[in-house]
Design a binder for this molecule. Structure first.
Ligand SMILES: CC(C)(COP(=O)(O)OP(=O)(O)OC[C@H]1O[C@@H](n2cnc3c(N)ncnc32)[C@H](O)[C@@H]1OP(=O)(O)O)[C@@H](O)C(=O)NCCC(=O)NCCS
Length: 194
């Protein structure tokens, strides 16, 4: 399973499932591009369990220039399932209580959680992030059969928010102080089934 990307300036790369030994290259990109870093065992756990969605972008010269990794979780939360958003104005206490009761009664459903995605700075704006996200959506839908995909993103991270919106993700919740430095996160969700 692989997809090829060609974008501005005829930059050639491909997105494919990572090999286990490429986890180190992924960690390297993560350290260079994001303040949210993880230990090797975390990557390996994600790779071993949801390897089809552990993706790398490889440039024509063979170097790894980006990655995306996701896992599958199970939830009754209608926001993470893309069934409703909390960002459409204030709701009454009663409607919040009704929603809480409904989610208690609902069955758990599988959702994809995009944990991390990044492209090396010098390779950005050439369609690499789009190709990684597109493949993630494809694998989550067709391999892992999830109902929706969700992710957290810093409220200030305009490039990432634009990318996600381009692929139909919607802001659905604000998680106050989600990041270590105190910044809030948007939870963005894309529903994949009717
Ligand atoms: C977010 C990120 C993965 C995007 O990767 P990319 O390869 O540059 O993405 P693409 O070239 O496919 O861009 C797709 C779209 O995203 C949006 N976008 C990307 N970078 C943008 C920027 N700097 N400003 C505004 N919009 C931007 C645009 O809509 C763009 O489409 P366009 O180029 O046709 O206008 C990359 O910026 C990155 O690695 N950032 C650091 C890590 C990070 O923040 N990850 C997300 C954590 S939640």
């Amino acid at each position: 399973m692989e997809s090829r990307g060609e974008h501005k300036e005829q930059f050639k790369f491909r997105v494919r499932k990572a090999r286990a030994e490429e986890i180190y290259a992924v960690m390297d990109i993560n350290l260079k591009t994001l303040p949210e870093n993880y230990w090797y065992g975390f990557y390996k756990f994600i790779y071993d369990n949801w390897g089809e969605a552990f993706l790398v972008a490889e440039a024509e010269n063979g170097s790894i220039i980006g990655y995306a990794m996701s896992r599958v979780e199970h939830t009754r939360d209608p926001v993470l399932l893309g069934l409703k958003t909390e960002l459409e104005g204030d709701r009454s206490v009663l409607s919040k209580v009704i929603d809480a009761l409904k989610s208690q009664l609902a069955e758990e459903r599988p959702v994809g959680h995009l944990i991390s995605i990044a492209v090396l700075k010098e390779y950005r704006r050439r369609g690499v992030g789009s190709a990684l996200l597109s493949k993630t959506i494809d694998v989550m839908k067709n391999v892992y059969k999830v109902d929706a995909i969700y992710l957290e993103v810093r409220v200030s991270n305009t490039p990432a928010i634009r990318l996600y919106e381009k692929f139909g993700f919607k802001k659905a919740r604000i998680w106050r102080g989600y990041y270590r430095d105190g910044e809030d996160a948007y939870i963005m969700v894309k529903r994949l089934v009717d």
